[in-house]
Structures are given as C-alpha cells and as structure tokens.
Design a protein around this ligand. Sequence first.
Ligand code: FNR
Length: 366
Amino acid sequence: MTALFSPLELRETTVPNRVMVSPMCQYSCEARDGLATDWHRTHLGSRAVGGAGLVMTEATAVEARGRISPEDLGIWSDEHAAALEPITTFISDQGSVPGIQLAHAGRKASIERPWDGHDPLQPDDGGWEVVGPSDDPWPYDDEAPPTTALDQNGIESVIDSFRAAAERALDAGFEVAEVHAAHGYLLHQFLSPVTNHREDDYGGDFAGRTRLTREVTAAVREVWPDDKPVFVRLSATDWLPDRDAWTVEDSVRLSDQLADIGVDLIDVSGGGIHPESSPDYAGPNYQLRYAERIREETESDIAVGAVGGITTPEQAAAVIANDRADMAIVGREHLRDPYFTMNAARELDATDEIEGPPQYRRAWGF
Ligand code: FNR
C-alpha cells in the first residue's frame, strides 16, 4: 500500500489517509458574528469530497475578541456550534475526519481581512480592544488597537473560553480539537520571550512562558473524550536568530510535556511572532525539518504533522514513506485543488487505495 493512503490511528479515531487540510482563515462571516456560512460549508465540504483524510477548520475564535478579523469564524456560543454541525456531518459522511482549530489571536486581533486592506481596526471603527501577555501592541505601521496585558482573572477566563469552546466543538460533531499555539497569536505570545515580558507565574523562564499553553491544552484535553485526539499547532521557531526567541529545542521540550498532558500530534509550523520573523528558506517542504526534529528528538512517541510548501503528490507521499512525519498537511495547494488527494491517488497509480465519492466514480475510475 502507498504510505500516503495508509490510515493513521489516533486513539479510537482512524484518519483514512495522511493528507490533512491545513487550517486556513476564510474571512467569510459576512455578518461579523462568527457564525459559519454557506461558504464554510462549501469550502470545507469540497475538500472532504476531494478525499483529504482530515479536514481542519480555520482558526476558530474561542471568544469574540480572539478573532483576527471581524469576519473570522467563532465558537463562543451554542449558536456557533449549531451552525458548524451540518458541516461536520457532511465531512464525516464523506469518510473524512472533521477537526477544529481553536484559536485566540491575542494582540494580533482586530484587523481588517486581507482584501479590505489588512489595517488594524480601532474600537470605534468596527474593531475592539485586544489582549496579550503585556500591553505592547503588535508593531503595526498604523496605530494598533488598544492592547491590555491579561491579569490573573483574564488568564483564567481565556482558559475557560478554550474549555467551553472544546465542549461546544464536541457537540458540533468534531473528532479532532487542535489548539492553535503558533503564528504569533495569543498562546505563542506567551511562549516567546520576544513578546512575553511578564514577571508573574506566566512569564520569565520556560516553565512560566509555557504555562498558559499547557493549562489551555489540559483544559481542552479534560473535556475532549479519551477516545478522540487532540493536536497542538506550534511555531517550531520564531525565526529570529539574533534575539532571545523561541527555538526548535524549546519546541522539542514542550512537545514532550504536551504528550504528557495527552496531546496526540504536534502540527509543526513556524514564525509569525514579529514582523521581522521570516523563514530562512521558503521552498518546498520548508518546515519539514522541524517536524522531523520534533519526531526524532522527543522522548514520547507523539505524532507530528508537517506543513509548509507541500504541493505535489510525490512530495506528500515521500514525507510519509520516508517516515519524516505522520501527516502531510497541505494548505495553499488545497485552495488550488480541492481534489488534491484524489488527484494524488491517480498520479501515484493508487486509485484502488482510496474510496472517492461514488457519485464521481465514472470520472475518476475508483
Ligand atoms: C493560513 N494559515 C493558517 N494557519 C493556521 O494555523 N490557522 C489559520 O487559520 C490559517 N489561516 C490561513 C489562511 C490562508 C489563506 C493561508 C494561505 C494560510 C497557514 C496555513 O495553515 C499553512 O500553515 C501555510 O499556508 C503553509 O502551508 P502551505 O500553504 O505551504 O501548504
């Protein structure tokens, strides 16, 4: 069997193949209420029809002020869960596993969506006050929205929001919960010494800076059933070699601690903490080496997903066949080709190894 099309067993969940749709913001809640729309249903549903083993939602805000843009998806009320439920049902009906990325943007919140200008939004202009580990705002060229350091109550309320969001996600039918601790958003802001200047128990040394991510993940794990997997997305490195910043060694160490909390897979990304943070190499598989390192250097047997610059079936197949990662996570190529997995099966001469929708069989020969 082609390794790419072999199932991945995570607890009692079987992901039918190793292709995952990477979480990608759609900025498509036109009513600015965080409720899933026909766009989300069609977008996520098509990628399930296209054969991806796991379809992950975009960053889904656990509270309204945790959205990046006003048009982001949210899961801060039961109404949000109800709007997502038909989507998870459809994804599951296609034989794919529905996953949700639970997110809080912290100080990177309250910004226009890319095609509206991507400028920071002030509270009197459709934006809101944002929070972070400290009151340093994201260094925008324009004025940032007011930024407040979370106090102890604020931290507890963030943890509660992640826990409640996970409970709702379960009601909505998701099988996988992914905690977003990457790309410079709230949890990463606490992890990195670039942004965390706190002097209390949530800052300072490695234990202090990782505490919020560990507590949020433990809260999610507590309500997520034992038979279902939890993922965490990390930025493996801040890509700021000249500063005191988050490193791959830190990621290896944290991954082992997350494994102890009950995390099943680390989704290994990079960067996003600061405007100067940029990859030292941006070609094919540009973050694969970090996934590989976490896989090799952790003492636990936590699984890893590789993301970044995976665009061809051969590449995805090699990542799995050469044992470099457990999951090939494909982002932008899925925006170009919702049928990435079905096309991969054809190109790799393996159409007998995936199901494919019966409605399309006459065209695909499955
Ligand atoms: C993203 N990315 C992203 N990452 C994440 O963790 N949560 C998100 O909501 C988003 N949103 C998002 C929107 C869009 C339009 C793009 C293109 C990307 C990052 C994405 O998941 C992925 O990590 C990167 O795109 C790198 O993978 P590819 O695109 O090279 O396969």
